[in-house]
Design a protein around this ligand. Structure first.
Ligand code: FAS
Ligand code: PHB
Length: 397
């Protein structure tokens, strides 16, 4: 067993782990990143598409925003289509100048992985049997296999950035952790295609046939989603059937403008709300999907991972530069304040825009009235806009 020593062991090479690694590197803090999948697999994952300003600022602070600056698409509004009517929510006007940026998580991951490689940082991809140990002591460690060798990393802290299915949260004793979960009775069938987007801005569709979303990755690459039953399978959907159903959920103008083409990626993602409390367990800190999951309706998943890392990176840098443990002690509290607000917004957008089979007629009418009020009033649109662009990072303590 080869012994490695470092300050921070980062488990997981998704946006959370990579961003933390880059920020620690910029601050001269030694760390090792361990990932179970291959670098190619991680770089090829298709997921989120919308960055809040908090995330854009963090990528700039990490020094990895060169591509984002060139290829990112600033968006000042979104459209909501309901009962055949399109309502534009002017995000920028309603939030005193804020915007979101369309830039795929795939690109964020590639930019961070390239920066990591260029800096010659220590990363183990395709690690196996990763385990974490003694994180309630001041000598935590991580053991794993890599190629035909076994390693142990002796470190000060472990950053659990290993996603919803990772081992870090699973390693916490049951009496030390509380989880909250809501599973939705439907999923999102997503298609990526090299066709121009149907509109300049995103269109969130509430229709009797179910939710749909018209998004994009660039002016030549589009991302579309359809609400489908949880029992549905991606093999049940040919490209033709996908485009046909999307058209059925769109308004006549968008239906006319829609450019269809062969899918380059097609998959079904389940929807859930999930939160872990707390997010710190001794010297183990959970961040991103390892600690919380949101339904993608509010475009918050990737952005919550980034805001966790904003708090965690600052806390670790403060500790190593000044010896203060203040940021580490307030980490959970700082993250969870923002996590729960994003959970609420993501639940609310999902509740408003999706069709629930179990909904009574009265509940459906109330939901229609709520959406009509929200879209018909400046106060209503403002609450949607300020949550969509991302609430400010508020530090406790
Ligand atoms: P990630 O899951 O991205 O990364 C965790 C990493 O840890 C993975 O690379 C995994 O291989 C690795 N890992 C797991 N177990 C390990 C172990 N034992 N040892 C070492 N490594 C291990 N968010 C949005 O905002 N909008 C969207 O449209 C959207 N769509 C999504 C679609 C899908 C199918 C999924 C799954 C998520 C989607 N999300 C979306 C949410 C997504 O973007 C996450 O919020 C984001 O990836 C979170 O990043 P991380 O916390 O880094 O977790
Ligand atoms: C996407 O482009 O993948 C996307 C955009 C907005 C969302 C969810 C997903 O709310």
């Amino acid at each position: 067993m080869e012994i490695l020593k470092t300050k921070v062991a980062i488990i997981g090479s998704g946006p959370a782990g990579l961003l933390l690694g880059q920020l620690l590197y910029k601050a001269g803090i030694d760390h090792i990143l361990i990932e179970q999948r291959s670098a190619e697999y991680v770089a090829g994952r298709i997921r989120a598409g919308i960055l809040e300003q908090v995330s854009v600022d963090l990528l700039e602070e990490a020094g990895v925003d060169a591509e984002l600056k060139v290829k990112g698409l600033p968006h000042n509004g979104i459209e909501i289509l309901t009962n055949g009517e399109k309502y534009r929510v002017d995000l920028t006007k309603l939030t005193g100048g804020k915007q979101v940026t369309v830039y795929g998580q795939t690109e964020v991951t590639k930019d961070l992985m390239l920066a990591r490689t260029q800096a010659g940082l220590s990363s183990f991809y395709e690690a196996h049997n990763v385990q974490i140990h003694d994180f309630y002591t001041d000598q935590p460690s991580v053991t794993f296999g890599y190629k035909d060798q076994k390693f142990i990393i002796q470190c000060d802290f472990i950053a659990g950035c290993d996603g919803y299915h990772g081992i870090c949260r699973a390693s916490v004793p049951k009496d030390k952790i509380k989880t909250f979960e809501k599973v939705y009775p439907f999923g999102w069938l997503g298609v990526l295609a090299d066709v121009p987007p149907v509109a300049d801005e995103l269109i969130y569709v509430q229709s009797e046939r179910g939710f749909a979303l018209c998004s994009m990755r660039s002016n030549t690459r589009s991302r579309y989603y359809l609400q489908v039953p949880l029992t549905d399978k991606v093999e049940n959907w040919s490209d033709e059937q996908f485009w046909e159903e999307l058209k059925n959920r769109l308004d006549p103008e968008s239906r006319e403008k829609l450019v269809i083409g062969p899918s380059i990626e097609k998959s079904i993602a389940p929807l859930r709300s999930f939160v872990t409390e707390p997010m710190r367990f001794g010297q183990l800190f959970l961040a991103g999907d390892a600690a919380h999951i949101v339904p993608p309706t509010g475009a918050k998943g990737l952005n919550l991972a980034a805001s966790d890392i904003a708090f965690l990176s600052k806390a670790l840098i403060e500790y190593y530069q000044t010896g203060s443990e203040n940021g580490l002690e307030h980490y959970s509290e700082n993250c969870l304040k923002r996590v729960w607000k994003a959970e609420r917004f993501s639940w609310w957008m999902t509740h408003l825009l999706h069709r629930f089979e179990t909904e009574t007629e009265f509940e459906h009418k109330i939901k229609q009235a709520e959406l009509s009020y929200i879209l018909g009033s400046e106060a209503g649109q403002t609450t949607l806009a300020e949550n969509y662009v991302g609430l400010p990072l508020q530090k406790a303590g």
